[in-house]
Design a protein around this ligand. Structure first.
Ligand SMILES: [Zn+2]
Length: 331
């Protein structure tokens, strides 16, 4: 499925390694941003189809028994290569990805957290032009809705994620969801009280998604009272919630790793354009990366889920992300 002009993953890895060597040898007095720690990118392996990946009747992952292996599966790549450019300029901008922690929604074996997480991970691996953090709390129940109907559910997880995000003073906050509801298509949501501020970013991401995936556009929409998008609990300057398809109508599209890669590429391209257009200052400091240690490590059963090939991400990816692990900030 590789498109013409895309570098093969193996070449990307070689380029990244070369860049890392050059970066390390050239840097002096590089100070990570407060609260950030530098990390290294890791090559990703091909993912399993995931929308129906749990055995029939299985509703929860097996108990964890061992830490994940760090050995990389040796499967052949079958997805479009990321668009990472090893010579991309770095901007003093900070991006948060918040990912759904909703599991099945009752229709089928579609695991929203897993599919949305896979797309987010693929995007993060390409973000070399700005600092990022991953606000994703899988340590509790795999449920949660941002809508006040009458109250958000699993608010404790959202609060953990927003606390983590706010600690990095994000300029841009993007939430990844795939429960848009029929019909097929992609759209994104902004808080109507800040629509003027958030609309340009939302439109940019949507345009790229439609161009890259060919899925119908359902527009930028305003949605009142979405907990994770609201001030004051979310302090990011720009805040957009993505609905990356419908969990029934688009399930076959989403089941293909190549299509999830297209979505990731689209989000990255839009963010890169936005950061460039907004004239964030250039910096010589390598981008910082952070994930929430408390929320993702140890014997979390979802690591085992991934390790056993049922989840979206091979265990090597999770092991790679340990390099970025940050304790959850207090307060
Ligand atoms: Zn959702």
């Amino acid at each position: 499925m590789g498109a013409p002009g895309f570098a093969k993953p193996s070449n990307v890895v070689v380029l990244l390694v070369l860049l890392a060597v050059i970066t390390v040898s050239c840097q002096f007095q590089v100070t990570p941003a407060p609260g950030h720690r530098r990390g290294k990118t890791s090559p990703r392996a091909t993912s399993q189809p995931i929308a129906s990946s749990l055995p029939p009747g299985r509703t929860s992952p097996p108990p964890a028994t061992s830490p994940p292996s760090s050995s990389a599966p040796s499967s052949a790549p079958s997805t479009p290569a990321p668009r990472t450019s090893p010579v991309a300029p770095v901007y003093d901008a900070s991006i948060t990805f918040q990912v759904s922690h909703q599991d099945t929604t009752g229709f089928n074996n579609f695991h929203e957290w897993a599919v949305a997480g896979d797309i987010a991970m693929r995007a993060l691996e390409q973000i070399n032009f700005a600092s990022w953090d991953l606000a994703w709390d899988l340590s509790g129940e795999l449920t949660g809705t941002n809508r006040f109907d009458p109250q958000p559910t699993n608010q404790i997880a959202f609060d953990h994620e927003l606390t983590f995000s706010n600690a990095y003073h994000p300029d841009i906050f993007v939430a990844f969801h795939i429960d848009g509801g029929a019909p097929s298509g992609v759209y994104d949501l902004v808080d109507p009280r800040d629509a003027q501020v958030n609309m340009p970013l939302a439109q940019l991401i949507l345009d790229e998604l439609v161009k890259e995936t060919g899925l119908p556009s359902r527009g930028v929409q305003t949605q009142e009272r979405l907990y994770s998008l609201e001030k004051p609990q979310n302090r990011a300057t720009y805040r957009v919630l993505l609905e990356l398809g419908d969990n029934v109508q688009d399930v076959h599209f989403l089941d293909k790793p190549a299509n999830r890669q297209k979505m990731a590429n689209a989000v990255v391209e839009a963010l890169r354009t936005f950061v460039e257009k907004r004239n964030y200052p250039r910096t010589d400091t390598p981008p910082a990366k952070a994930v929430d240690e408390d929320a993702l490590v140890h014997t979390d059963p979802r690591i085992v889920l991934a390790q056993q090939g049922w989840g979206p991400m091979p265990s090597s990816d999770w092991a790679g992300f340990k390099e970025y692990h940050q304790p959850r900030p207090s307060g």
